[in-house]
Ligand binder design. Structure first.
Ligand code: FES
Ligand SMILES: [Fe+2]
Length: 330
């Protein structure tokens, strides 16, 4: 791909190829290779940090609640907008604090009015929380069982001042490793999502890929379908910086520097949330205009993620089902 040319004119017209006539990728998509990438990813430290939600999902007037790794969590913001989190049950008689209210930065229990300001109270101990501006994280040491880290492992992101963000959340009947395994199989892209991708080639780790995870990434050349025969070719690198995250970084073509972060958060056994953050950037004139339209574009970006994830969750759920019943071929 010629980056200079594509910077001026990103669209290409592609000779139509019937779905069944594209090159099969199954020989390259070695189960052992995917399993090895998954093993490397899950061996990395997370410091017990879990993605809880999109930052914007946690407002100032209502608490946010979600069960993460079997732990009921409530999160809210103090008067200064700082993220606070802790156990989701009221220390008095166990009311679900997610249904309570926030007043002046404190959660006021809706059963008998007990107020929590985020500090320890009557046996209620806060969880460390971190807001990276796009995502809200919570540290659950008892659930994670790793050496705690002071901050989550956050992938490098484009400068937010010049970026457009959208976060999509979905839930599947699977475990985080099934979500990661789906992401670490980029070969399925043009076959399984023919409405979105075409002409996909993969260089696996150790295959000359220019991964940004110490040569550990999958490098993918792919064309995003726009409409009809029109496509936008890009190069992307997939890496797993921690055991529940896979990032896709655009390293060539349109949207250079953009990042898609897929985070898999275990909820309860056999249920996993996928929280996907798109942080899009572009040197293209007019992108500033697109940023101005962010509230309009966000649902569009989310809709694209939702369509892909409807299929990808089916993949992850299928993998989980086969693993559970001892029939997974990998
Ligand atoms: S249960 Fe919360 S104040 Fe009583
Ligand atoms: Fe996919």
């Amino acid at each position: 791909m010629n980056p200079g040319r594509s910077a001026r004119f990103p669209l290409r017209l592609r000779r139509p190829v019937a779905w069944e006539d594209q090159r099969p990728t199954w020989r390259d998509a070695s189960p052992g290779l995917i399993a090895a990438a998954l093993k490397r990813a899950t061996a990395r430290p997370s410091g017990n940090w879990y993605v809880l939600a999109a930052s914007r999902d946690i407002g100032r007037d209502r608490p946010f609640g979600r069960t993460v790794a079997g732990t009921e969590v409530v999160a809210w913001r103090d008067g200064a907008g700082r993220l606070l989190a802790g156990p989701g049950a009221c220390p008095h008689l166990g009311a679900p604090l997610r249904d309570s209210r926030v007043r002046c930065g404190r959660v006021i229990c809706h059963w008998h009015g007990l107020a929590l300001d985020g500090g320890p109270f009557a046996g209620w101990e806060p969880f460390p929380a971190h807001d990276d501006g796009v995502l809200a994280w919570v540290r659950l040491d008892a659930a994670g069982g790793e050496e705690p880290l002071p901050r989550p492992v956050i992938p490098a992101r484009p400068d937010r001042a010049g970026a457009l963000e959208a976060v999509w959340t979905g839930v599947g009947a699977c475990e985080p490793e099934d979500v990661l395994a789906n992401r670490l199989d980029p070969w399925h892209g043009a076959w399984f999502h023919p409405y979105a991708f075409a002409d996909l080639t993969v260089r696996a780790p150790g295959d000359g890929g220019d991964g940004d995870g110490g040569g550990d990434g999958f490098t993918v050349e792919v064309s995003f379908r726009v409409a009809g025969r029109a496509v936008v070719p890009v190069r992307a690198v997939f890496t797993a910086p921690e055991p529940r995250t896979v990032t896709m970084r655009i390293t060539g073509g349109e949207g250079l520097g953009s990042v898609v972060e897929t985070h898999a958060t275990p909820l309860t056994p056999g249920r996993t949330a996928v929280v996907e953050a798109v942080i899009a950037t572009s040197g293209r004139p007019g992108f500033a205009l697109a940023r101005g339209a962010a509230p309009l574009l966000r649902p569009l970006l989310r809709a694209t993620a939702a369509r892909l994830w409807r299929d990808d969750l089916a993949y992850a759920e299928r993998r989980h089902h086969l693993r559970r019943t001892g029939r997974f071929p990998g």
